[in-house]
Ligand binder design. Structure first.
Ligand code: KG4
Ligand code: ZN
Length: 330
């Protein structure tokens, strides 16, 4: 089966093509229009998706060596995300489905991130734990079985990637700030600034206190060293993830741990979780870099699996700005 995946939930327009689960094309257009605003402007995001979606499908088909007629299934993100942005991808996918007379499957974006773990051919045994850590979400999901999810804990305020972006913004670094913080942190010295480690409530995360501590520090020390702030903020932000996941692994006995979402690109995060995985004797899975951040290959794979089990979505299906994984469990 050849699946065309479409992802437009935020500021990345992405198209992916999969044949029997193997990636033939994975193209992503990241919108730079938001950089000067220091965050995503929803209206701009939707307008930019409209501009690039058609050319991107063409590029993906060319790089896969396929024609539109070769496509057997169209898989598209229906949420969670920015509603205007989602509607562009969903409407486009519906139109394509009608024009080509091919089935449509609508996918949850978070489920897509979880399926990114299998894009390199890995097959995870159920049950397993996933830490989903991106700009919009920070949560631990217990994947009991295929399509059966239990959210163990999530952030009470900011997502981890959002905290990276906000700290970068207050130091005048470009958006999205995560990669810039990581780069700056390489030249910083750990232990030069003491930022408070968030205290988890149960298995929840919280980043607003840490973010505020960085804000006060930079305000009270106008000649601050950007690299030291980045290094010490990053260390505490990641240590918080490690602590909560470690506590979760003590109660949920699994043999495999996956980490997905944009922040899982971070080298320091990968190093810290390799140490934790060894200590807890779990196998660690993190997608290849191109599949950590938003992409449509992951949407195509999640859609293919859903379609094989449940059949197509109805063409009347709507976009949703919020949709927890537990709700879509079957
Ligand atoms: O998964 P993603 O592409 O989009 C969402 O679904 O949110 O994640 C984007 C987030 C942004 O907050 C970005 O700053 C963060 O991932 N990010 C990073 C790094 N690369 C991207 N955070 C820390 N270190 C990185 N190297
Ligand atoms: Zn995402």
């Amino acid at each position: 089966m050849i699946t065309l995946g479409i992802e437009t939930s935020c500021d990345e327009t992405a198209v992916g093509i999969l044949e029997q689960g193997r990636v033939l094309a994975n193209v992503v257009a990241s919108q730079i229009a938001h950089t000067k605003y220091g965050g995503v402007v929803p209206e701009l995001a939707a307008r930019n998706h409209i501009k690039v979606i058609m050319p991107l499908v063409k590029i993906a088909l060319e790089s896969a060596g396929k024609d539109l007629d070769d496509i057997d299934l169209i898989s598209v993100t229906r949420g969670p995300g920015l509603i205007g942005a989602l509607l562009v991808g969903l409407s486009f996918a519906k139109a394509l489905s009608i024009a080509l007379n091919k089935p449509l499957i609508a996918v949850n974006h978070l489920e897509g991130h979880i399926y990114a773990l299998q894009l390199n051919g890995s097959c995870l045994e159920y049950p397993y734990l996933v830490l989903l850590v991106s700009g919009g979400h920070t949560e631990i999901v217990y994947v009991k079985d295929e399509f059966v999810y239990e959210t163990i804990g999530k952030t009470l305020d900011d997502a981890c990637g959002e905290a990276f972006d906000k700290v970068a913004k207050l130091m005048g670094l470009p958006y999205p700030g995560g990669p810039y913080i990581e780069k700056q942190a390489r030249d910083g010295d750990l232990g030069t600034i003491k930022f408070p480690l968030p205290k988890p409530k149960g298995y929840s995360f919280s980043y607003s206190g840490l973010k505020t501590a960085v804000l006060y520090y930079t305000r009270d020390n106008p000649k601050y060293d950007c690299s030291n702030v980045a290094a010490n903020f990053q260390e505490v932000a990641l240590e918080h993830l490690v602590k909560v996941v470690s506590a979760t692994l003590d109660v949920k006995k699994v043999e495999q741990l996956g980490i997905v979402g944009g922040v899982s690109v971070n080298r320091r995060l990968r190093d810290k979780f390799h140490v934790l995985a060894k200590k807890k004797s779990v196998m660690l899975h993190i997608p290849d870099l191109q599949y950590c951040t938003d992409n449509a290959a992951m949407i195509a794979l999640a859609g293919t699996r859903r379609f094989e089990k449940f059949g197509p979505s109805d063409l009347s299906i709507d976009a949703v700005s919020r949709e927890a994984l537990d709700v879509i469990s079957d």
